[in-house]
Design a protein around this ligand. Structure first.
Ligand SMILES: Nc1ncnc2c1ncn2[C@@H]1O[C@H](COP(=O)(O)OP(=O)(O)O)[C@@H](O)[C@H]1O
Ligand SMILES: [Mg+2]
Length: 259
């Protein structure tokens, strides 16, 4: 599988705290990678390294499509096609659906004025195709604050796909969602795979991660404690290994991922 993103020996320390330590991680083109780990394992820090928010400590390297990226910044990451979907702050609650889709990337006409008609029309199309809104109660003018958590995640993911994201990072998108909303959110993760794109899906619930990912990476106290191709392990076997990681912080058998 072709590499989309590769981290080599990436570390991040904050003063005395080693949040991420010597991480080697590859994300393939059109691969969905589940990143699991307890609170404080370094998941969000890893995300911030991938999105250019944090610089790795000296010695760490980041590659995009096998080319070294020397100074990954937030705008640079976005230019490469890396998008993050956060549980909070994902959407502007008071604004309409179409405004949210085009937030910060509005379409203008040739006189430099907002092309509201086109944006509404595009949104309407996306609602029926990508977002799967079937209720006639929801229109491109609907205010996003009234949507369920799962629908909101769908809007954020659809927006990322619409703007040609290559790698979508979801940092605990199911947090605080109800069961049915979670299901909807997982469907959207699956739609990233179907669209031919890649994702890093962070969650601490293995039952959310397992069904939608190709590979699972376990982070423990800042280091990669193990990784598994999903099709090499049943859910029971995986649970057993995770339990072992939780107890010992590592796996004797963590070279198992063949790619
Ligand atoms: N900006 C920061 N300054 C200092 N410490 C931080 C900062 N960000 C994260 N940390 C610390 O790094 C560790 C990993 O945090 P984080 O990446 O948020 O973990 P996770 O997302 O897996 O819960 C924690 O001990 C956390 O307190
Ligand atoms: Mg976190």
């Amino acid at each position: 599988m072709d590499n989309l993103l590769q981290l080599k020996n990436v570390s991040k320390t904050f003063g005395e705290v080693s949040a991420v330590h010597d991480v080697n991680l590859e994300i393939g083109t059109n691969e969905i990678v589940g990143l699991l780990g307890d609170n404080g394992a370094g998941k969000s820090t890893l995300v911030k390294l991938i999105t250019g928010y944090h610089r790795p400590d000296p010695g760490g390297e980041i590659y995009w499509r096998n080319k070294k990226v020397d100074h990954l910044s937030v705008p640079k990451a976005r230019e490469l096609g890396i998008e993050v979907v956060y549980q909070e702050r994902a959407l502007a609650d008071q604004q309409s659906l179409w405004r949210n889709i085009f937030l910060g990337r509005e379409i203008s006409n040739r006189w430099g004025m907002l092309d509201v008609k086109t944006m509404q029309h595009e949104t309407q199309k996306l609602m029926h195709t990508a977002m799967g809104f079937t209720s006639s109660a929801v229109t491109s003018e609907s205010v996003v604050g009234t949507f369920s958590g799962g629908e909101r995640q769908g809007v954020a993911i659809t927006r990322a796909l619409y703007f040609k994201a290559e790698l979508i990072i979801l940092d605990e998108p199911t947090m605080g969602l109800s069961l049915s909303e979670t299901r909807k959110c997982l469907d959207f993760v699956a739609s990233i795979k179907a669209a031919g794109k890649a994702a890093v899906f962070i969650d601490h619930n293995i039952f959310h991660v397992y069904p939608v990912v190709d590979r699972i990476v376990v982070l423990d106290r800042g280091t990669v404690a193990g990784q598994f191709m999903k099709n090499e392990l049943t859910l029971d076997e995986l649970l057993d290994r995770l339990y072992r990681v939780a107890q010992t912080g590592s796996l004797e058998n963590n070279q198992g991922a063949t790619r």
